[in-house]
Design a protein around this ligand. Structure first.
Ligand SMILES: Nc1ncnc2c1ncn2[C@@H]1O[C@H](COP(=O)(O)OP(=O)(O)OP(=O)(O)O)[C@@H](O)[C@H]1O
Ligand SMILES: [Mg+2]
Length: 170
Protein backbone atom coordinates (compact mmCIF):
# COMPACT_ATOMS: atom_id res chain seq x y z
CA UNK A 1 0.00 0.00 0.00
CA UNK A 2 1.44 3.41 -0.95
CA UNK A 3 1.67 6.46 1.25
CA UNK A 4 -1.60 8.40 1.51
CA UNK A 5 -1.95 11.42 -0.79
CA UNK A 6 -0.98 14.66 0.96
CA UNK A 7 -4.13 16.53 2.06
CA UNK A 8 -3.47 19.44 -0.27
CA UNK A 9 -3.76 17.21 -3.34
CA UNK A 10 -7.11 15.66 -2.44
CA UNK A 11 -10.20 17.11 -4.08
CA UNK A 12 -12.50 19.34 -2.04
CA UNK A 13 -15.99 17.80 -1.90
CA UNK A 14 -18.90 20.18 -1.32
CA UNK A 15 -22.69 19.98 -1.44
CA UNK A 16 -25.59 22.44 -1.59
CA UNK A 17 -29.35 22.02 -1.26
CA UNK A 18 -30.63 25.09 -3.16
CA UNK A 19 -29.58 27.61 -5.82
CA UNK A 20 -29.22 30.24 -3.07
CA UNK A 21 -26.81 27.98 -1.19
CA UNK A 22 -24.80 27.43 -4.38
CA UNK A 23 -24.54 31.19 -4.86
CA UNK A 24 -23.52 31.72 -1.23
CA UNK A 25 -20.87 29.03 -1.60
CA UNK A 26 -19.62 30.63 -4.82
CA UNK A 27 -19.46 34.06 -3.15
CA UNK A 28 -17.32 32.54 -0.38
CA UNK A 29 -15.23 30.82 -3.06
CA UNK A 30 -14.63 34.23 -4.67
CA UNK A 31 -13.01 35.52 -1.47
CA UNK A 32 -10.10 33.14 -2.14
CA UNK A 33 -9.76 33.98 -5.82
CA UNK A 34 -6.67 35.79 -7.03
CA UNK A 35 -5.89 37.68 -10.24
CA UNK A 36 -5.49 35.30 -13.19
CA UNK A 37 -7.34 32.42 -11.54
CA UNK A 38 -9.10 30.21 -14.07
CA UNK A 39 -11.96 27.95 -12.96
CA UNK A 40 -13.24 25.33 -15.37
CA UNK A 41 -16.85 24.33 -14.69
CA UNK A 42 -18.07 20.88 -15.65
CA UNK A 43 -21.53 19.34 -15.33
CA UNK A 44 -24.59 18.47 -17.38
CA UNK A 45 -27.24 20.91 -18.67
CA UNK A 46 -28.85 22.58 -15.67
CA UNK A 47 -26.24 21.33 -13.20
CA UNK A 48 -25.69 24.82 -11.81
CA UNK A 49 -22.65 26.22 -13.62
CA UNK A 50 -24.24 29.60 -14.37
CA UNK A 51 -25.71 29.67 -10.86
CA UNK A 52 -22.19 29.26 -9.47
CA UNK A 53 -20.88 32.08 -11.70
CA UNK A 54 -23.66 34.38 -10.45
CA UNK A 55 -22.44 33.76 -6.88
CA UNK A 56 -18.86 34.31 -7.98
CA UNK A 57 -19.99 37.68 -9.36
CA UNK A 58 -21.45 38.59 -5.96
CA UNK A 59 -18.16 37.73 -4.24
CA UNK A 60 -16.16 39.65 -6.84
CA UNK A 61 -18.46 42.66 -6.33
CA UNK A 62 -19.54 42.80 -9.94
CA UNK A 63 -21.41 46.06 -10.43
CA UNK A 64 -24.34 44.86 -12.54
CA UNK A 65 -25.39 41.44 -11.27
CA UNK A 66 -28.38 41.27 -13.64
CA UNK A 67 -26.01 41.07 -16.60
CA UNK A 68 -24.41 37.84 -15.34
CA UNK A 69 -26.30 35.48 -17.65
CA UNK A 70 -25.22 32.51 -19.70
CA UNK A 71 -22.86 33.59 -22.52
CA UNK A 72 -23.72 30.52 -24.64
CA UNK A 73 -23.99 32.43 -27.93
CA UNK A 74 -21.48 35.20 -27.33
CA UNK A 75 -18.86 32.85 -25.82
CA UNK A 76 -17.56 35.47 -23.38
CA UNK A 77 -19.01 38.20 -21.16
CA UNK A 78 -16.82 40.59 -19.20
CA UNK A 79 -18.02 42.05 -15.90
CA UNK A 80 -16.19 44.80 -13.98
CA UNK A 81 -15.82 44.31 -10.24
CA UNK A 82 -13.28 44.15 -7.42
CA UNK A 83 -11.62 41.76 -9.85
CA UNK A 84 -12.90 41.58 -13.42
CA UNK A 85 -14.98 38.47 -14.05
CA UNK A 86 -14.58 36.79 -17.45
CA UNK A 87 -17.47 34.40 -18.02
CA UNK A 88 -16.94 31.93 -20.87
CA UNK A 89 -19.41 29.31 -22.09
CA UNK A 90 -17.98 26.65 -24.40
CA UNK A 91 -21.23 24.66 -24.72
CA UNK A 92 -21.47 24.89 -28.50
CA UNK A 93 -17.72 24.41 -29.09
CA UNK A 94 -16.19 21.03 -29.88
CA UNK A 95 -12.56 22.08 -29.62
CA UNK A 96 -10.46 25.07 -28.65
CA UNK A 97 -10.12 26.77 -32.04
CA UNK A 98 -12.74 29.46 -31.48
CA UNK A 99 -11.60 30.04 -27.89
CA UNK A 100 -8.09 30.65 -29.13
CA UNK A 101 -9.38 32.89 -31.90
CA UNK A 102 -11.00 35.23 -29.38
CA UNK A 103 -7.73 35.38 -27.42
CA UNK A 104 -8.61 33.34 -24.34
CA UNK A 105 -4.92 32.93 -23.41
CA UNK A 106 -4.49 36.73 -23.12
CA UNK A 107 -7.78 37.07 -21.26
CA UNK A 108 -6.78 34.41 -18.72
CA UNK A 109 -3.64 36.44 -17.94
CA UNK A 110 -5.20 39.88 -17.85
CA UNK A 111 -5.58 40.11 -14.08
CA UNK A 112 -9.19 39.01 -13.65
CA UNK A 113 -10.90 35.78 -12.67
CA UNK A 114 -12.09 33.53 -15.50
CA UNK A 115 -14.92 31.01 -15.20
CA UNK A 116 -15.37 28.62 -18.14
CA UNK A 117 -18.65 26.71 -18.45
CA UNK A 118 -18.28 23.38 -20.30
CA UNK A 119 -14.51 23.54 -19.74
CA UNK A 120 -14.22 19.89 -20.80
CA UNK A 121 -15.08 20.98 -24.37
CA UNK A 122 -12.01 23.22 -24.52
CA UNK A 123 -9.65 21.49 -22.08
CA UNK A 124 -6.63 22.13 -24.30
CA UNK A 125 -7.17 25.91 -23.98
CA UNK A 126 -6.98 26.06 -20.20
CA UNK A 127 -3.66 27.31 -18.81
CA UNK A 128 -1.41 24.75 -17.05
CA UNK A 129 -2.51 26.15 -13.68
CA UNK A 130 -6.27 26.14 -13.14
CA UNK A 131 -9.06 24.81 -10.98
CA UNK A 132 -11.83 22.47 -12.10
CA UNK A 133 -15.19 22.47 -10.33
CA UNK A 134 -17.27 19.48 -11.38
CA UNK A 135 -20.98 19.73 -10.51
CA UNK A 136 -23.15 16.63 -10.10
CA UNK A 137 -26.96 16.67 -9.93
CA UNK A 138 -27.77 14.63 -6.83
CA UNK A 139 -31.51 15.37 -6.56
CA UNK A 140 -34.09 18.04 -7.44
CA UNK A 141 -32.20 20.70 -5.50
CA UNK A 142 -29.17 18.75 -4.31
CA UNK A 143 -25.87 19.41 -6.03
CA UNK A 144 -22.47 17.85 -5.31
CA UNK A 145 -19.27 19.71 -6.15
CA UNK A 146 -15.76 18.42 -6.57
CA UNK A 147 -12.97 21.00 -6.70
CA UNK A 148 -9.57 19.95 -8.00
CA UNK A 149 -6.40 21.97 -8.45
CA UNK A 150 -4.30 21.51 -11.57
CA UNK A 151 -0.66 22.56 -11.34
CA UNK A 152 1.38 23.24 -8.18
CA UNK A 153 -0.20 26.63 -7.35
CA UNK A 154 -3.87 25.55 -7.38
CA UNK A 155 -3.00 22.22 -5.72
CA UNK A 156 -1.30 24.04 -2.86
CA UNK A 157 -4.33 26.32 -2.41
CA UNK A 158 -6.91 23.53 -2.13
CA UNK A 159 -6.57 23.27 1.64
CA UNK A 160 -7.43 26.96 1.91
CA UNK A 161 -10.63 26.36 -0.07
CA UNK A 162 -11.39 23.28 2.05
CA UNK A 163 -11.21 25.37 5.22
CA UNK A 164 -13.00 28.44 3.92
CA UNK A 165 -15.84 26.35 2.46
CA UNK A 166 -16.30 24.10 5.50
CA UNK A 167 -19.99 25.12 5.75
CA UNK A 168 -20.54 23.31 2.48
CA UNK A 169 -18.30 20.29 3.16
CA UNK A 170 -19.61 16.92 2.16
N1 LIG B 1 -28.43 23.37 -5.36
C1 LIG B 1 -28.59 23.97 -6.54
N2 LIG B 1 -27.58 24.69 -7.06
C2 LIG B 1 -27.70 25.28 -8.26
N3 LIG B 1 -28.79 25.20 -9.06
C3 LIG B 1 -29.82 24.50 -8.59
C4 LIG B 1 -29.77 23.85 -7.32
N4 LIG B 1 -30.95 23.22 -7.11
C5 LIG B 1 -31.70 23.47 -8.18
N5 LIG B 1 -31.05 24.22 -9.08
C6 LIG B 1 -31.59 24.62 -10.39
O1 LIG B 1 -30.77 24.06 -11.40
C7 LIG B 1 -30.68 24.96 -12.49
C8 LIG B 1 -29.25 25.35 -12.70
O2 LIG B 1 -29.20 26.14 -13.86
P1 LIG B 1 -27.86 26.75 -14.45
O3 LIG B 1 -28.27 27.60 -15.58
O4 LIG B 1 -27.05 27.34 -13.36
O5 LIG B 1 -27.16 25.41 -14.98
P2 LIG B 1 -25.95 25.30 -16.00
O6 LIG B 1 -25.11 24.19 -15.48
O7 LIG B 1 -25.32 26.62 -16.21
O8 LIG B 1 -26.72 24.84 -17.31
P3 LIG B 1 -26.27 25.01 -18.86
O9 LIG B 1 -25.51 23.77 -19.17
O10 LIG B 1 -27.57 25.07 -19.57
O11 LIG B 1 -25.43 26.23 -18.99
C9 LIG B 1 -31.54 26.16 -12.15
O12 LIG B 1 -32.82 25.97 -12.68
C10 LIG B 1 -31.58 26.12 -10.62
O13 LIG B 1 -32.73 26.72 -10.08
MG1 LIG C 1 -24.93 27.77 -17.94
Amino acid sequence: MGAPEPMSRAAVELATSSPDRTQAMAAAFAQLCRPNDVIGLEGTLGAGKTCFVKGLAVGLEVEDQAKVISPTFVLLRRHSGRLTLYHFDAYRLRDGVEMERIGCAETFESGGVSAVEWADHVAQCLPPEHFVLAIMVAGMTERHFRLTGHGPGPEARLDGFRQALSDWRR
